[in-house]
Design a protein around this ligand. Structure first.
Ligand code: 5GP
Length: 184
């Protein structure tokens, strides 16, 4: 049986990667790798859907048990990808989308040489700030921390297979769709 594709989509918080992934997952009948995190849920986020929200102790146990394909400590919290979920689905021929940060994507590239790595970039840092402020889910200090991380991340995206700028959502979805269609 043909194996599924592991499609890693990265990009700063607020860039629209979640929207892009959700639409394409439905269209392509793919599945989402629900990450584990120790951060608190944002308003509207559902445990088991957006993330598996766990305590620091639970997360560290998963690290020890080798349950994570990759993990990272980002902005004060752990984030990681379930090894068994991804490997089982790929072996069943399912295409899997994962939204992980640049460090996670680097690790995935080492483990899965045929993973497809796509970085969604904002048109500018100023525009990203405007979107995060409009979203209103975080304090200005947290937003500024995220912008600092976004700037650092954007300087090291050369290893991605593709970089798509989201200045128009429909166009960005279309660009990502075409990239995926050319690889699956
Ligand atoms: P947020 O708190 O905005 O949901 O996510 C913060 C960052 O963590 C984002 O860049 C997101 O893509 C990344 N992230 C989410 N899940 C994972 C994961 O399983 N592994 C890694 N390495 N990063 C993740």
């Amino acid at each position: 049986m043909k194996k599924g594709k592991f499609i890693v989509v990265s990009g700063p918080s607020g860039v629209g990667k979640g929207t892009i992934c959700n639409i394409l997952i439905k269209e392509l009948d793919a599945e989402y790798s629900v990450s584990y995190t120790t951060r608190s849920p944002r308003e509207g986020e559902i445990d088991g859907v957006n993330y598996n929200f766990v305590s620091k102790e639970e997360f560290e146990k998963m690290i020890q048990m080798g349950d994570l394909l990759e993990y990272n400590f980002y902005n004060g919290n752990y984030y990681g990808t379930s090894k068994s979920f991804v490997l089982d689905k790929i072996n069943q021929g399912k295409n899997i989308f994962s939204e992980i940060d640049v460090n996670g994507a680097k690790n995935i590239k080492k483990i899965f040489s045929d993973a497809l790595l796509i970085y969604i970039a904002p048109p500018s840092i100023e525009e990203l700030k405007r979107r995060l402020v409009d979203r209103g889910t975080e304090t200005i200090d947290k937003i500024n921390e995220r912008l600092k991380i976004a700037k650092m991340e954007m300087e090291q995206v050369d290893f991605y297979d593709y970089v798509v700028v989201n200045d128009d959502l429909d166009k960005a979805i279309n660009d990502v769709r075409k990239i995926i269609e050319s690889h699956v």
